[in-house]
Design a protein around this ligand. Sequence first.
Ligand code: HEC
Length: 112
Amino acid sequence: MRSIVTVALICLALGGCATRTSPAPVGDPVEGQKVASDLCSSCHSVGARGESPNHKAPPLRTVLSAYPEDKLVRDLTDAVHISHLKMPQFFFGETHAADLVAYLKTIQTQPE
Ligand code: HEC
């Protein structure tokens, strides 16, 4: 009996065990558009049309065809480099990453 109480107290102390297994937050595309224009638009085209300022950077409206959205959320959240070294490293909260991807989903087209 005492061990059950101890486990419950540890869970409370950690901020609730349930939150650790809850699904990723659902992103808000409006917030995501802000994140994209703040952090990505210096290199990537972040709109529904237009060239990227950095010609090596693919327009973000095409990236989800090569980059599954859950992987992108995970990679942004874990602040890993996205498969190459030319991109700066970002430190995202999970919510920002989900917002960004929610926005990207609204602008995806097939690569030209
Ligand atoms: C300083 C310039 C720069 C910034 C800022 C930047 N990127 Fe990139 N990104 C690049 C370049 C250059 C490439 C393509 C490089 C390559 O293919 O080697 C790229 C490629 C990508 C790819 C494709 C990766 C792949 O392997 O298919 C994704 C996804 C991506 N960027 C997402 C983002 C997101 C999201 C942001 C904003 C949070 C961002 N980038 C900000 C320069 C940048």
